[in-house]
Design a protein around this ligand. Structure first.
Ligand code: M6R
Length: 610
């Protein structure tokens, strides 16, 4: 999963378009970065392990001005992140250079053919196989279009590629199967990128290539073809996306900024959607009857978005009285899922570009589900292919660890659930209005939690050197435990597990000793007393026990080594508040361990490969 930016046009603009674009796409991967240009009839590549700024500096120092360039920011799939495996990759006979996002699944078979033809390989990537295969096919066909078409027809897997040819600075090809590519044109300047953000600075008119489409740009024009070289109709669409340049302000990291922003981002999620103590959700209005009458709800997502779905499952089953299934998108797409006509499928994704979630959405749509997107990124692929949906309006989330998007996902799902429960007459108007009033109070309660930042920092200091941690919760706070563990492991590299507290005695309790911090979520709930028993069980085995507790149950402190006292709210809404201290705990542990919290190792903000 990688980011691509390509440009053909005014050579004075090349460096700016490519590098500013790549900076916007670093969310797709950031382990290495490169640019390839044609200069003096030669393909020249500048590519290194590391971030965009490093490559940009070295390219600018080279003083090369080229009217054609392909750029790439990588998240390694085949071959470790190093200088050689970085893109662009040049073909064996130096005739072509390519940037690639995706995975070529039949690269072994293709490599065998190429080895038999005398090709040699210098990288560990599937991309080198791809560019060499294109070179071979073009040479066999003695025609560039036909050669590319033949090569594309033989590829298995997913790809978004842009290709340049040494001998011709007028020509550029892009092709898509699976991995998204957007195209824009302003006069004689042509732009291609993995999403529209690097382009909208120059033009808001975008063509999103469909699967199986090839874009050919020549001297002054372009055409969109299928892989058999038939012309296909294309139309620019005006994208309603504003480029939001996000400044760090006084913060050291985007993660901390985004944690601290949550009172505001939650207010934004509610803004215009609560009027006269009633919830209005224009985005899914068309399907409100289907929501009321549905016999089944399915929720799909990955990572943190999947955790948000789990919290929603508790709420929706309780109040809608229909079965709710929460699915990992990656499992759902491959297990012949059963979708009945009228099933509501919520698709949760911050980025709106996660490959597994996108494909699961396509499958659910084909099978007749009603697809409702819960997405943050406006105009993203998932937002475009779902039937309807509501945006989170949480603002851009830059830190790789999802924080404010998670709480906005919860807020939106709870609002949808509360409204539907009321329309179904499963709750009284009094209960409905009480829920809304409480939801409106959540942002100010989160402000109170954020004031505990220094206390949480002190607690983090006691545990950051440990190698493992266990997070325990029950009921709707079990997903909070999962999410707390995910945050800690992804940014601090401390191994952490989230468990339903009662399950602990079926195995994980064997791990408990003084080296195992246990974070127990123990705010008001139906299983409160049982949670206390679980806390005592781990405490008596010498674990360091940190409890997230609320004001109504302060006496739990007696059983805890450290307590984090959060404001009380309705039992149904505790997950939104309880997640905040766990985000801060993960953040401080990571900072104490010297980790880059915004760009943790091996991760990318948006996972656009399988
Ligand atoms: O953009 P999405 O919500 O679809 O992303 C899903 C996951 O990749 C994401 O939540 C991931 O788990 C985060 N790194 C968690 O902090």
């Amino acid at each position: 999963m990688c980011g691509i930016v390509a440009f053909k046009g005014n050579k004075e603009k090349t460096s700016e378009v490519i590098f500013e674009g790549l900076k916007l796409l670093e969310y797709r991967g950031y382990d290495s970065c490169g640019i390839g240009v044609i200069d003096n009839n030669e393909i020249k590549s500048f590519k290194w392990k590391g971030r965009v700024r490093k490559t940009e500096k070295r390219f600018i120092e080279s003083k090369i001005k080229s009217p054609i360039a392909i750029g790439h920011t990588r998240w390694a799939t085949h071959g470790e992140p190093n200088d050689v495996n970085s893109h662009p990759i040049t073909s064996y006979n130096k005739k072509f250079a390519i940037v690639h996002n995706g995975i070529i699944e039949n690269y072994r078979e293709l490599k065998k053919i190429l080895l038999e033809k005398g090709y040699e390989f210098y990288t560990e990537t599937d991309t080198e196989v791809l560019v060499n295969f294109i070179e071979l096919c073009v040479s066999n066909a003695k025609n560039i279009d036909k050669g590319i078409s033949y090569a594309l027809s033989k590829l298995e897997g997913a790809f978004g590629i842009v290709l340049i040819q040494r001998s011709n600075t007028d020509i550029m090809y892009a092709a898509r199967k699976g991995s998204p590519l957007a195209f824009g044109r302003k006069g004689e300047n042509f732009f291609i990128a993995s999403d529209a953000t690097p382009i909208i600075e120059y033009t808001k008119k975008i063509i999103y290539l469909d699967n199986g489409q090839l874009l050919k740009i020549d001297k002054t024009n372009f055409e969109v073809l299928d892989f058999e070289l038939n012309k296909v109709p294309n139309k620019f669409q005006e994208v309603d996306v504003e480029l939001q340049k996000v400044e760090l302000g006084d913060f050291d990291s985007y993660m901390l900024k985004e944690i601290m922003e949550q009172p505001e981002s939650l207010n934004q999620t509610m803004l215009g959607r609560i009027k006269n103590n009633k919830i209005t959700l224009g985005g899914i209005h068309k399907y409100s009857k289907d929501l009321i009458n549905t016999k089944r709800v399915i929720i799909i997502g990955c990572g943190t978005s999947w955790h948000a779905g789990l919290v929603a499952e508790y709420f929706l089953e309780k109040y809608l009285r229909v079965p709710v299934e929460v699915e990992y998108a990656s499992e759902f797409r491959y297990r012949f899922p059963i979708i009945n006509k009228g099933d509501i499928v919520f698709v949760i994704s911050q980025s709106g570009e996660t490959a597994d979630t996108l494909e699961a959405t396509r499958i659910a749509k084909k099978k007749g589900g009603i697809l409702l997107g819960i997405v943050n990124t406006v105009g993203s692929s998932i937002a475009r292919i779902t039937d309807e949906g509501c945006y989170l309006h949480a603002g851009p989330e830059i830190g790789v660890a999802s924080t404010k998007a998670f709480t906005s996902q919860l807020m939106l799902l709870l609002m949808i659930g509360a409204k539907t429960a009321y329309l179904k007459k499963n709750i009284s108007i009094k209960k409905y209005e009480k829920m809304i009033s409480e939801l409106k109070r959540i942002p100010s309660k989160i402000e109170e939690v954020l004031e505990l930042n220094n206390d949480i920092k002190k607690i983090s200091k006691k545990i950051y050197k440990k190698n493992h941690a266990l997070f325990l919760g029950r009921g709707n706070n079990f997903p909070v435990a999962l999410e707390g563990a995910l945050k800690l492991k992804e940014i601090s590299y401390i191994h952490a597990e989230g468990y339903p507290a009662a399950e602990m005695k079926h195995g994980p309790i064997a791990l408990i000793d003084s080296e195992m911090p246990v974070v127990a979520i123990c705010t008001k709930s139906d299983e409160y007393d049982k949670m206390i028993s679980n806390i005592r069980e781990v405490g008596s085995r010498n674990a360091i026990v940190i409890g997230v507790i609320d004001k109504e149950n302060e006496h739990v402190k007696d059983y805890l080594d450290f307590s984090i006292l959060v404001p009380s709210t309705s039992k149904d809404f505790t997950p939104i508040i309880n997640q905040i201290p766990l985000q801060l705990l993960a953040y401080h542990c990571a900072i104490f361990r010297g980790c880059d919290v915004d760009k943790p190792r091996n991760l990318a903000k948006s996972v656009t490969v399988e």
